[in-house]
Design a protein around this ligand. Structure first.
Ligand SMILES: [Zn+2]
Ligand SMILES: [Zn+2]
Ligand SMILES: [Zn+2]
Ligand SMILES: [Zn+2]
Length: 333
């Protein structure tokens, strides 16, 4: 463990730990909303922030956070405006951000070389000041990401249904993109702005293969995120490479392993038919049926009822109706 003897590596590994926790946590909502490439676009916007910081001689992370958060609100407003105009608007914003960042960094005299450490991460670039900013903002992101999980999940999984429930959908949507923007910016020292989106998406996809349910997948994705980003940062020290690439390769490796594992787990759970269905129809709560009226627990090895993915849980088709386990009874869905 000689690498722990270097102060710059201690800082890099702590930064990687925060990145690994944050990116898959907020990524879980982004994936749920089918906006997997949002993080990539926000990364491009943050590049403009880095360019601006280089040009004005400011610390890059705070400037990039402000620029990226402003960009993310604009992204969400464009998205809510509608698909046709929103799509082109997003493309212009993202590529404009990248171009502006490259130009400003050239004017600053650093050229693209100064920029590249923010694009793919850099082990030596994390200063003590950066670490304080990263730590504080990591807490600012993690508290609502975990604390508002039920609301953010409801809005991300099914906007229309969340509206029916009376949730302020627009506000929560903006909360998700702003948290994503902060996360993207904080990740620029470790995984880098061009690769951060992979760390937001790939651990989530792997976790969804491994465990059923949104919350279990959220926790698993965060564990995978920490593993691959700390592992990638440590590995890149020995390879003398930018950490971002190795972090993403590790994440994709875990994803690749999750396929055969998920097949084995599914066989063990003996779910005969899994019909994936978008969680679009609202759940109609009807009187609860006691689990005691069941001869068995659905999902047990002797259960041969078809399982249907329904939002964050599994429903079992039984005598022409569908229901899901809820505490000690079944809810009709
Ligand atoms: Zn059954
Ligand atoms: Zn039943
Ligand atoms: Zn119930
Ligand atoms: Zn259900």
């Amino acid at each position: 463990m000689e690498i722990l003897g270097y102060p710059f590596m201690q800082r890099a590994l702590i930064a990687a730990l925060f990145t690994g926790l944050l990116a898959p946590a907020i990524g879980s909502y982004i994936v749920q909303r089918r906006l997997s490439l949002l993080g990539d676009g926000l990364g491009h916007v943050a590049i403009a922030g880095v360019g601006l910081a280089l040009l004005t001689g400011q610390a890059p992370i705070p400037v990039a956070v402000v620029v990226c958060v402003a960009g993310s609100v604009l992204v969400e407003v464009l998205r809510q405006r509608g698909k046709a105009t929103g799509d082109v608007g997003l493309a212009i914003l993202f590529y404009g951000g990248l171009a502006a960042g490259v130009l400003m960094s050239a004017f600053a005299g650093g050229g693209t070389g100064a920029l590249s450490q923010y694009l793919f991460g850099s082990l030596t670039a994390v200063t003590s000041g950066d670490l304080v900013v990263i730590g504080v903002l990591a807490v600012v992101v993690l508290v609502p990401t975990i604390g508002l999980a039920p609301q953010l999940f409801a809005v991300s999984a099914d906007e229309d249904f969340a509206r029916v429930l009376g949730l302020p959908v627009r506000v929560y949507n903006i909360v998700v993109v702003v948290l994503a923007a902060i996360t993207v910016t904080l990740s620029m020292r470790t995984v880098g702005l061009l690769l951060v989106s992979a760390l937001m998406v790939v651990p989530v996809a792997a976790a969804q293969n491994l465990v059923p349910g949104f919350y279990a997948a959220l926790g698993t994705a965060m564990a995978i995120g920490v593993l691959v980003s700390v592992g990638g940062a440590a590995g890149s020290f020995y390879l003398d490479a930018a950490p971002g690439a190795l972090i993403v390769v590790f994440a994709i490796g875990v994803f690749a392993l999750s396929w055969p594992i998920s097949t084995i787990l599914a066989r063990r759970r003996r779910i005969p038919v899994v019909i994936t269905e978008p969680a679009e129809h609202p759940r109609i709560p009807t009187p609860h049926v006691l689990a005691g009226t069941h001869p068995h627990q659905h999902g047990d090895p002797d259960c041969d009822h078809p399982a249907v993915t329904h939002g964050d849980h599994l429903d079992y088709v039984h005598d022409g109706h569908r229901h899901a386990i809820h505490k000690d009874h079944y809810d009709e869905h």
